[in-house]
Ligand binder design. Structure first.
Ligand code: BEZ
Length: 257
Protein backbone atom coordinates (compact mmCIF):
# COMPACT_ATOMS: atom_id res chain seq x y z
CA UNK A 1 0.00 0.00 0.00
CA UNK A 2 0.31 2.65 -0.22
CA UNK A 3 -1.99 2.81 2.69
CA UNK A 4 -5.57 3.37 3.37
CA UNK A 5 -5.40 1.68 6.68
CA UNK A 6 -7.10 1.34 9.98
CA UNK A 7 -4.58 3.78 11.29
CA UNK A 8 -4.06 7.00 9.45
CA UNK A 9 -0.82 7.74 11.20
CA UNK A 10 1.77 6.11 8.99
CA UNK A 11 5.43 6.99 9.17
CA UNK A 12 5.86 8.03 5.53
CA UNK A 13 9.68 8.27 5.69
CA UNK A 14 10.01 4.77 7.13
CA UNK A 15 7.58 3.57 4.49
CA UNK A 16 9.66 5.12 1.70
CA UNK A 17 13.04 4.03 3.10
CA UNK A 18 12.37 0.45 4.11
CA UNK A 19 9.25 -0.70 2.30
CA UNK A 20 9.91 0.41 -1.28
CA UNK A 21 8.97 -3.09 -2.46
CA UNK A 22 5.34 -2.06 -2.07
CA UNK A 23 5.35 0.18 -5.12
CA UNK A 24 8.22 -1.57 -6.91
CA UNK A 25 6.01 -4.65 -7.27
CA UNK A 26 3.14 -2.35 -8.24
CA UNK A 27 4.86 -1.58 -11.54
CA UNK A 28 3.57 -4.88 -12.96
CA UNK A 29 0.06 -3.76 -12.13
CA UNK A 30 0.66 -0.56 -14.10
CA UNK A 31 1.14 -2.66 -17.20
CA UNK A 32 -2.32 -4.10 -16.63
CA UNK A 33 -3.73 -0.59 -16.20
CA UNK A 34 -2.03 0.52 -19.44
CA UNK A 35 -2.77 4.23 -18.90
CA UNK A 36 -3.23 6.32 -22.04
CA UNK A 37 -2.63 10.02 -22.65
CA UNK A 38 -5.60 12.12 -21.62
CA UNK A 39 -7.34 9.45 -19.54
CA UNK A 40 -8.63 10.50 -16.13
CA UNK A 41 -7.34 8.08 -13.50
CA UNK A 42 -7.50 7.88 -9.72
CA UNK A 43 -4.72 6.17 -7.74
CA UNK A 44 -6.66 4.93 -4.71
CA UNK A 45 -4.36 4.56 -1.70
CA UNK A 46 -1.47 6.30 -3.42
CA UNK A 47 0.91 6.28 -0.44
CA UNK A 48 3.88 8.51 -1.18
CA UNK A 49 2.95 8.81 -4.87
CA UNK A 50 5.53 6.76 -6.79
CA UNK A 51 3.00 4.86 -8.90
CA UNK A 52 0.82 7.95 -9.32
CA UNK A 53 3.83 9.63 -10.91
CA UNK A 54 4.31 6.71 -13.32
CA UNK A 55 0.67 7.06 -14.40
CA UNK A 56 1.24 10.79 -14.95
CA UNK A 57 4.34 10.01 -17.02
CA UNK A 58 2.12 8.00 -19.38
CA UNK A 59 0.23 11.23 -20.10
CA UNK A 60 -2.88 10.48 -18.05
CA UNK A 61 -4.59 13.08 -15.87
CA UNK A 62 -4.06 11.38 -12.55
CA UNK A 63 -4.80 12.23 -8.96
CA UNK A 64 -3.96 10.28 -5.80
CA UNK A 65 -5.87 9.87 -2.59
CA UNK A 66 -4.78 8.22 0.64
CA UNK A 67 -6.32 7.95 4.09
CA UNK A 68 -3.09 8.95 5.81
CA UNK A 69 -2.32 12.69 5.89
CA UNK A 70 1.38 11.85 6.46
CA UNK A 71 1.46 9.96 3.14
CA UNK A 72 -0.30 12.76 1.28
CA UNK A 73 2.08 15.35 2.69
CA UNK A 74 5.05 13.32 1.47
CA UNK A 75 3.42 12.61 -1.93
CA UNK A 76 2.87 16.36 -2.44
CA UNK A 77 6.52 17.04 -1.58
CA UNK A 78 7.69 14.29 -3.93
CA UNK A 79 5.50 15.26 -6.90
CA UNK A 80 4.23 18.83 -6.57
CA UNK A 81 2.78 18.77 -10.13
CA UNK A 82 0.22 16.06 -9.18
CA UNK A 83 -2.98 16.56 -7.17
CA UNK A 84 -3.03 14.51 -3.96
CA UNK A 85 -5.86 14.60 -1.43
CA UNK A 86 -6.63 12.87 1.84
CA UNK A 87 -9.59 10.57 1.27
CA UNK A 88 -11.25 7.38 2.41
CA UNK A 89 -11.72 4.48 -0.05
CA UNK A 90 -15.05 3.67 1.60
CA UNK A 91 -16.45 7.08 0.98
CA UNK A 92 -14.89 9.30 -1.66
CA UNK A 93 -16.34 11.47 -4.40
CA UNK A 94 -14.76 12.71 -7.63
CA UNK A 95 -15.56 15.87 -9.59
CA UNK A 96 -16.06 14.07 -12.93
CA UNK A 97 -16.53 10.36 -13.73
CA UNK A 98 -13.20 8.63 -14.34
CA UNK A 99 -11.78 6.36 -17.02
CA UNK A 100 -10.05 4.18 -14.44
CA UNK A 101 -9.45 3.57 -10.75
CA UNK A 102 -6.10 1.99 -9.92
CA UNK A 103 -5.28 0.55 -6.51
CA UNK A 104 -2.14 -1.24 -5.37
CA UNK A 105 -1.78 -3.04 -2.04
CA UNK A 106 -4.58 -1.18 -0.29
CA UNK A 107 -7.88 -2.99 -0.44
CA UNK A 108 -6.90 -5.67 2.08
CA UNK A 109 -7.16 -2.90 4.70
CA UNK A 110 -10.85 -2.46 3.81
CA UNK A 111 -12.94 -4.84 5.87
CA UNK A 112 -15.94 -2.88 4.57
CA UNK A 113 -15.20 -4.03 1.01
CA UNK A 114 -18.77 -3.29 -0.09
CA UNK A 115 -18.44 0.40 0.75
CA UNK A 116 -15.12 0.68 -1.10
CA UNK A 117 -16.57 -1.07 -4.16
CA UNK A 118 -19.62 1.24 -4.11
CA UNK A 119 -17.39 4.33 -4.01
CA UNK A 120 -15.22 3.00 -6.82
CA UNK A 121 -18.29 2.15 -8.91
CA UNK A 122 -19.86 5.59 -8.55
CA UNK A 123 -16.57 7.29 -9.45
CA UNK A 124 -16.23 5.53 -12.84
CA UNK A 125 -17.77 6.23 -16.24
CA UNK A 126 -19.80 3.35 -17.69
CA UNK A 127 -17.13 1.19 -19.37
CA UNK A 128 -14.50 2.56 -16.96
CA UNK A 129 -12.04 0.08 -15.48
CA UNK A 130 -11.02 -0.87 -11.97
CA UNK A 131 -7.53 -2.35 -11.81
CA UNK A 132 -6.35 -3.56 -8.43
CA UNK A 133 -3.93 -5.77 -6.57
CA UNK A 134 -4.21 -6.65 -2.91
CA UNK A 135 -3.67 -9.48 -0.44
CA UNK A 136 -5.79 -12.54 -1.19
CA UNK A 137 -6.87 -15.56 0.75
CA UNK A 138 -3.92 -17.05 2.68
CA UNK A 139 -1.87 -13.84 2.48
CA UNK A 140 0.80 -13.59 5.22
CA UNK A 141 -0.82 -16.61 6.86
CA UNK A 142 2.40 -17.86 8.45
CA UNK A 143 3.06 -14.41 9.95
CA UNK A 144 -0.50 -14.08 11.25
CA UNK A 145 -0.41 -17.55 12.79
CA UNK A 146 2.91 -16.81 14.48
CA UNK A 147 1.62 -13.48 15.83
CA UNK A 148 -1.55 -15.09 17.14
CA UNK A 149 0.29 -17.88 18.91
CA UNK A 150 2.87 -15.49 20.41
CA UNK A 151 0.03 -13.36 21.79
CA UNK A 152 -1.96 -16.31 23.03
CA UNK A 153 1.17 -17.49 24.87
CA UNK A 154 0.90 -14.34 26.99
CA UNK A 155 -2.88 -14.71 27.34
CA UNK A 156 -3.86 -12.04 24.85
CA UNK A 157 -6.71 -13.01 22.50
CA UNK A 158 -5.44 -12.05 19.08
CA UNK A 159 -8.20 -12.67 16.56
CA UNK A 160 -9.90 -9.30 17.01
CA UNK A 161 -6.57 -7.54 16.41
CA UNK A 162 -6.27 -8.72 12.83
CA UNK A 163 -6.80 -5.63 10.64
CA UNK A 164 -6.98 -7.35 7.24
CA UNK A 165 -9.48 -8.71 4.75
CA UNK A 166 -7.93 -11.31 2.47
CA UNK A 167 -10.77 -12.63 0.28
CA UNK A 168 -10.78 -15.42 -2.26
CA UNK A 169 -11.22 -14.44 -5.89
CA UNK A 170 -14.73 -15.90 -5.73
CA UNK A 171 -15.70 -13.73 -2.75
CA UNK A 172 -14.34 -10.51 -4.21
CA UNK A 173 -15.63 -11.15 -7.73
CA UNK A 174 -19.09 -11.78 -6.29
CA UNK A 175 -19.03 -8.46 -4.44
CA UNK A 176 -17.96 -6.68 -7.61
CA UNK A 177 -20.62 -8.36 -9.74
CA UNK A 178 -23.33 -7.58 -7.20
CA UNK A 179 -22.50 -3.89 -7.57
CA UNK A 180 -22.46 -3.76 -11.36
CA UNK A 181 -18.96 -4.77 -12.48
CA UNK A 182 -17.99 -7.26 -15.14
CA UNK A 183 -14.78 -9.13 -14.17
CA UNK A 184 -12.49 -9.51 -17.18
CA UNK A 185 -9.33 -10.68 -15.37
CA UNK A 186 -8.71 -12.25 -11.98
CA UNK A 187 -5.80 -14.21 -10.59
CA UNK A 188 -4.43 -15.31 -7.24
CA UNK A 189 -0.69 -15.93 -7.04
CA UNK A 190 1.98 -16.42 -4.40
CA UNK A 191 4.81 -13.92 -4.21
CA UNK A 192 7.30 -14.52 -1.40
CA UNK A 193 8.45 -10.95 -0.83
CA UNK A 194 11.98 -10.13 0.38
CA UNK A 195 12.01 -7.61 3.22
CA UNK A 196 14.75 -4.97 3.52
CA UNK A 197 17.23 -4.67 6.40
CA UNK A 198 18.43 -8.24 6.73
CA UNK A 199 17.80 -9.78 10.10
CA UNK A 200 15.69 -6.81 11.24
CA UNK A 201 13.33 -7.19 8.26
CA UNK A 202 10.55 -9.10 10.00
CA UNK A 203 10.54 -6.85 13.08
CA UNK A 204 10.39 -3.77 10.83
CA UNK A 205 7.56 -5.25 8.78
CA UNK A 206 5.55 -6.07 11.90
CA UNK A 207 6.08 -2.60 13.32
CA UNK A 208 5.08 -0.93 10.05
CA UNK A 209 2.16 -3.08 8.94
CA UNK A 210 1.03 -5.30 11.82
CA UNK A 211 1.21 -2.85 14.70
CA UNK A 212 -2.47 -3.45 15.56
CA UNK A 213 -1.42 -6.85 16.93
CA UNK A 214 0.84 -5.03 19.41
CA UNK A 215 -1.84 -2.62 20.65
CA UNK A 216 -1.83 -2.18 24.40
CA UNK A 217 1.37 -4.20 24.98
CA UNK A 218 4.24 -2.80 27.03
CA UNK A 219 7.56 -2.26 25.22
CA UNK A 220 8.89 -5.45 26.84
CA UNK A 221 5.88 -7.48 25.73
CA UNK A 222 6.21 -6.14 22.18
CA UNK A 223 9.85 -7.22 22.07
CA UNK A 224 8.89 -10.61 23.48
CA UNK A 225 6.14 -11.13 20.89
CA UNK A 226 8.35 -10.08 17.97
CA UNK A 227 11.16 -12.37 19.18
CA UNK A 228 8.75 -15.29 19.46
CA UNK A 229 7.41 -14.62 15.95
CA UNK A 230 10.94 -14.46 14.54
CA UNK A 231 11.87 -17.70 16.23
CA UNK A 232 8.74 -19.42 14.96
CA UNK A 233 9.20 -18.21 11.37
CA UNK A 234 12.96 -18.36 10.96
CA UNK A 235 13.10 -21.95 9.67
CA UNK A 236 10.63 -21.19 6.87
CA UNK A 237 10.81 -17.47 6.04
CA UNK A 238 14.47 -16.53 6.69
CA UNK A 239 17.14 -17.64 4.26
CA UNK A 240 20.65 -16.36 3.58
CA UNK A 241 20.21 -13.21 5.62
CA UNK A 242 16.84 -12.19 4.13
CA UNK A 243 13.29 -12.50 5.43
CA UNK A 244 10.59 -13.26 2.89
CA UNK A 245 6.96 -12.47 3.72
CA UNK A 246 4.51 -15.11 2.51
CA UNK A 247 2.43 -12.83 0.29
CA UNK A 248 -0.45 -14.10 -1.86
CA UNK A 249 -1.94 -11.50 -4.15
CA UNK A 250 -5.18 -11.05 -6.00
CA UNK A 251 -5.00 -9.11 -9.24
CA UNK A 252 -8.28 -8.08 -10.74
CA UNK A 253 -9.59 -6.01 -13.64
CA UNK A 254 -13.29 -5.17 -13.65
CA UNK A 255 -15.34 -2.99 -15.97
CA UNK A 256 -18.28 -0.84 -14.85
CA UNK A 257 -21.36 -2.01 -16.72
C1 BEZ B 1 0.16 -6.89 1.49
O1 BEZ B 1 0.56 -6.02 0.71
O2 BEZ B 1 -0.27 -7.97 1.13
C2 BEZ B 1 0.18 -6.58 2.92
C3 BEZ B 1 0.86 -5.51 3.37
C4 BEZ B 1 0.85 -5.22 4.69
C5 BEZ B 1 0.16 -6.02 5.55
C6 BEZ B 1 -0.51 -7.12 5.09
C7 BEZ B 1 -0.51 -7.40 3.77
Amino acid sequence: MSNISKTNNWDSSLYEDKHAFVWQYGEDLLKLLNPKPGESILDLGCGTGQLTEKIAQAGAEVMGIDYAPTMIEKARQNYPHIRFDVGDARNFQVDKPLDAVFSNAVLHWMKEADSAIASIHQSLKPGGRFVAEFGGSGNVEAIVTALESALEAINIPAQALNPWYFPTIGEYATLLEQQGFDIIHAMLFTRPTPLAEGEAGMANWIQMFASSFLTGLSDEQQIEVIRAVEEHLKPTLYQQGTWRADYRRIRIVAIKL
